[in-house]
Design a protein around this ligand. Structure first.
Ligand SMILES: C[S@@+](CC[C@H](N)C(=O)[O-])C[C@H]1O[C@@H](n2cnc3c(N)ncnc32)[C@H](O)[C@@H]1O
Length: 292
């Protein structure tokens, strides 16, 4: 066999690789090594047919369709709550793929959108993506740590599917793990969840109280908080049922805390608003709260 590993080593010695290429090579080789060590390489190699244009297009379309459906769901909510005349909206932890932004685009929004995320590079990708559309609103990226207290308040704060990401991010920091790793390595994702669920009850109380305080702090009096939580890609793909139950319990307890304390009152979103064909989530996955 002509030795591909030694050719790769040779190539990397003679050629300067970009940072992205280096990271990708490292990741691919690590994945091959893990599969070999686990005796899984025979059954599942990692090499796919990279020139599979129809297959790649299908995959790409499937991702876009998901973003589209989530965007359409948000559009329906914005229209029902008549939010198009808001001047400034905060999108909490949007990540790199547009969802709330697509909803705003479909709803014809024309104000400002503050993008609050701890990862500036995710926001860069998001902005490139959103700028492919002819949007009428202004995007303002901000590096922001949800768990750090701030004094600034906003009249419309939105968080689409942020609970699991923030739970993982919080416990990663406690466990001294780089949160970025959970989106790159399945094994890190699983081991962080295992740690969280070891002390399920205490961890749930700790994170629920933290979320409650942060949401109270960030929304202006008479302002609105919109939060969604539904089983996401990782939860479905890896059957993370216990993990989703934990996240959903936190989501529900936070809402109970926010309304029981009379900080917020809930605005009911009728079922019919989210029962159209392309809706991604239903009214049980979204909550609208008004600060009193
Ligand atoms: C992967 S995205 C998914 C959530 C996104 N809203 C969606 O709908 O898919 C999660 C984002 O949360 C961000 N994040 C994680 N911890 C954070 C923190 N403590 N403060 C702010 N953003 C955080 C990550 O940087 C990431 O971009």
């Amino acid at each position: 066999m002509s030795s591909a590993p030694s050719k790769i080593i040779d190539f990397t010695k003679k050629n300067r690789l970009s940072i992205d290429a280096k990271q990708r090579l490292q990741y691919d080789l690590d994945t091959i090594l893990t599969r070999l060590q686990k005796g899984e390489y025979e059954t599942s190699g990692i090499v796919e047919n990279t020139f599979d244009i129809p297959g790649k297009t299908e995959q790409f379309y499937a991702h876009l369709l998901t973003f589209y459906k989530i965007g359409r769901s948000w559009e329906a909510i914005f229209k029902f709550l008549q939010l198009s005349n808001q001047k400034l909206i905060v999108d909490l932890c949007p990540g790199s793929a547009p969802k709330v932004e697509l909803g705003l685009y479909y709803a014809g929004y024309s104000g400002r959108v503050k993008l609050f995320d701890i990862d500036k590079s995710a926001l860069k990708t998001l902005i490139k993506f959103v700028n492919l559309f002819k949007i009428n609103f202004k995007l303002e990226p901000n590096k922001f740590d949800f768990f750090r207290s701030t004094t600034q308040t906003y009249s419309l704060v939105i968080g689409n599917h942020i609970f699991d990401d923030l739970i993982l991010s919080y416990f990663c920091t406690k466990l001294k793990i780089n949160p970025g790793e959970i989106y790159k390595k399945e094994s890190v994702l699983f081991s962080v969840w295992t740690e969280i669920l070891k002390n399920e009850k205490e961890n749930k109380t700790e994170i629920t109280n933290l979320f409650t305080d942060r949401f109270i702090a960030i929304v202006k009096k008479r302002g609105m908080l919109l939060l969604s939580n539904y089983p996401g890609y990782a939860e479905k793909m890896f059957n993370l049922n216990k993990e989703f139950n934990f996240t959903n319990a936190v989501f529900k307890e936070v809402i109970v805390n926010l309304t029981r304390s009379n900080y917020f009152k809930q605005i009911i979103i009728p079922k019919r608003i989210l029962t159209f064909k392309d809706s991604y989530f239903t009214s049980k996955h979204i909550v609208a709260l008004e600060k009193t």
